[in-house]
Write a protein that binds this ligand. Structure first.
Ligand code: TXA
Ligand code: MG
Length: 342
């Protein structure tokens, strides 16, 4: 059931969450599939609907900073980590940032994938906040797509991917950012970026100093550990940003360029009348590359959904430049390029 996210329907959705239901809802990054984080049965339904392996923990969403108290055991944080938490919550939340923190024993194992930490996110989206607030409980929500496939940035994507296995889909329009939140582990000595995402690593490092890419706990499984993820059904081959002129011309292939200028240069190079291929671009602007990465991120999954529906023989993709959200875009393209069967 797909419903416009107005006040009445949000209240109905919150009621479903309270009754143990699972509801898809918009956030500023991608759509999430939500359940009461403290209700093991509902959380299990989320895993089941997504066909997600139980070892992969969920992000718990809050609508106010004081809601963290229900989830986080602050006494297990070092003074250093507490300082990081303070500045990050003050400067970057609500927003596309997920923090890994020591969990309270009351957070069910199924929610945290059996880890003694919990992922907490304060989304910057009116519908998400209203839903959590009305339900009155933190909402555990992974992205609302079948496990390993493309993330949904519209309610229609959710409908197409998960259909009737969810109790309700709240349609709040397309997601503004379009790629998932950055996942940051601040439990250990040095903060670790477990997943690149909507908050740039530079912005985080400007506040808390250099971060590394390895979690403090080797048991931790993040999408960063899975080689194949965010994958379209068609095979995808990724080319370095500067290498796009070498992308071959192939029958029935689909081409995904970072920007219009690259596409035009590539098309000019092809001395052929072949017309049976299709091209898309992620960023239509022609200057300000850093700003373009924001536009490109917001179009990434939406464009891949469209390309994939055309069932091309292959998708050739040009990587984003290493600026702004470029690394987060390339992380997804890299994982999309690895076949799940490998
Ligand atoms: O933007 C987002 O983060 C979206 C929206 C819906 O909020 N959610 C999302 O959830 O992308 P999901 O489940 O697709 O990705 C969350 C990732 C998981 O793959 C998981 O491995 C990692 O966060 N994660 C969750 N809890 C963790 C923990 N305790 N330690 C390390 N990684 C964790
Ligand atoms: Mg996901």
């Amino acid at each position: 059931m797909m419903l416009i996210a107005n006040e009445q329907n949000i209240a109905q959705a919150a009621g479903k969450i309270n009754e143990g239901g699972i509801v898809a809802f918009p956030t500023e990054t991608v759509y999430g599939l939500g359940a009461d984080a403290f209700n093991e049965r509902s959380v299990a339904r989320v895993f089941n609907a997504k066909k997600r392996p139980f070892f992969d923990p969920l992000i718990v969403h809050i609508s106010a900073l004081n809601m963290m108290e229900r989830l986080v055991d602050f006494s297990r944080l070092s003074l250093e980590s507490k300082k990081k938490l303070d500045v990050l919550t003050k400067e970057l939340m609500p927003g596309p940032l997920t923090l890994i923190l020591p969990k309270k024993p009351t957070v069910p194992d199924i929610t945290s994938g059996g880890l003694d930490t919990v992922a907490v996110r304060f989304p910057c989206h009116d519908v998400a906040l209203k839903l959590i607030d009305t339900a009155g409980c933190p909402i555990a929500a992974p992205s609302a797509n079948p496990f390993g496939l493309l993330s949904p940035t519209t309610a229609r994507h959710v409908q197409a991917g998960l259909g009737d296995s969810v109790d309700m889909i709240l349609d709040g329009g397309p997601c503004r950012i379009g790629i998932e939140s950055t996942v940051l582990d601040i439990c250990g000595g040095k903060a670790a970026v477990l997943r690149q995402g909507g908050t740039e690593q530079d912005a985080i490092e400007a506040l808390i100093g250099k971060c590394c890419a390895t979690p403090h706990d080797p048991k931790i499984t993040s999408p960063g550990c899975l080689k194949s993820h965010y994958a379209p059904k068609s095979k995808l081959i990724l080319y370095a940003h500067e290498d796009f002129l070498n992308i071959p011309l192939k029958d029935d292939a689909s081409y995904l360029f970072f920007d219009k200028a690259s596409m035009e240069k590539w098309e000019k190079r092809q001395e052929t009348n072949k017309k049976n291929y299709s091209c898309s671009v992620l960023s239509l602007q022609s200057n300000k590359i850093e700003a373009n990465t924001i536009e490109a991120a917001s179009n990434l999954f939406q464009t891949l959904h469209i390309i994939d529906a055309e069932k091309p023989s292959c998708i050739y993709a040009q990587a984003a430049p290493h600026l702004g959200l470029g690394p987060a875009i390339n992380d997804r393209l890299q994982r999309a390029s690895v076949s799940a069967n490998l």
